[in-house]
Design a protein around this ligand. Sequence first.
Ligand SMILES: *Cc1c(COP(=O)(O)O)cnc(C)c1O
Length: 499
Amino acid sequence: MKYVSTRNAHNAVSSAQAIVQGLAADGGLFVPESCPRFSPEEIRAFAEMPYSDCAAAVLARFLDDYTPDELTQYARKAYSPLRFGSDEVAPVVSPDEGCHILELFHGPTCAFKDFALQLLPYLLTAAMTKTGTDHTVAILVATSGDTGKAALEGFADVPKTKICVFYPDGGTSNIQRLQMTTQTGSNVLVLAAKGNFDDAQNGVKRIFTDRDFAAALAQQNISLSSANSINWGRLVPQIAYYFRAYARLLAQKQLQPGQEINIAVPTGNFGNILAAFFARECGLPVRRLICASNRNNVLTDFFSTGTYDRNRSFHLTASPSMDILISSNLERLLWLMSGQDGEAVSALMHSLSERGSYTVDGALKAKLSERFWAGCCDDVQTAETIRETFEKHGYLCDTHTAVAVRVYRDYCRQTGDRTPTVIASTASPFKFAGSVLSALGRQTDGDDFALLERLSAVSGLPVPAGLAALRTAPERFGRVIAPADMKSAVADWLTGQQS
Ligand SMILES: *Cc1c(COP(=O)(O)O)cnc(C)c1O
């Protein structure tokens, strides 16, 4: 299967190359030229397989440079019960009639990013061999909080790779920060960048598109790649869990064969919801995708007006992993929905980088509105939702998931749609223990570890081991730099002048 750039269909590469390269040379994102289809029988069978085999089956249809056997081996290692807490890997729980929560936070770093980033090192290192890349691949990551740790955890001490993570200084929860600054491994670097996530992401994108820098690194046998969700290898593993959730609900008789579902996703960079959209393209019976944002509601406005406008104030919220004004993966959706029109996408993205905004035409806007419904809520509503969901249904959700629950309820009220809905639960409530306790009206004094214990006592849930272990882990990284210095920091690190 060929992968093309969203900005120019002539820039076609293989699946392995798309993964090694991350971003297309023209600045576009790689997309599959066509989507495989899964039959209703294939979907039904996913319920009975171990999660890893289900994931491998989905991967095999997109990544034809790998043998099915290779993919099965990688998936078994990545999704082992040792790493994901149980055989279930991605459990679905149904706290309320017609509302099913897909728990994606049982991996080692307690956020859904583990689904892609536990697997990506296997995909990437094999892709390097397959494409004859004899380089060291240096992975640069901009994170709003969760990607950074998940990527570090996946790539620490993986031979022939190095990984550098930039997080916005002061823009993450303290637990998220500690998860990164205590990371072990001889090939890792963690830096705080002044500014917000978009500044960090733009800094990384600038490094990627700097041809002189790439040439200088090539001289030293180093090439750059991305573990952000702009890398296709990040997206494709996420398609699998939507199929799996549907199959499990079928097996539990919560759904009838062929019955449509809606999928609600707390959204930032638009990766996870795009994976749900791809699942639909591949035959999953999905009616609507519900795109939930926090106060940084640039996507809500986009879906309601057709204008994407990042010229607005940026807010730090209780759901920091969604504090984003430029949702990179929207570019892939525009490409798919515009009938794979690279020129049109190119023009929109040019407008975004020049003016900070773009407007889609009426036909495209209508198509988007048919498939997507978008809403947002603020921190007060998020906190209310956490409390209500806990008190009424005995279900504890984190701040990100709560945004999706809230927007899903608004959707039901406003549309009267009763389609069963799968809500992606993207992080463990323990990752945001302070906000969650405060939402429940509990005390929030004491250090992070006191809060973890208190949340455990209140909820009856165990503190995830990876978070409890942070208490005694030494911090290794503390440097804060300006976005303008990101490139030189990367250069110094890669050429061995400092770490
Ligand atoms: C990354 C993240 C999101 C946003 O996901 P995108 O794929 O960037 O839209 C939502 N919730 C949590 C907890 C996350 O870590």
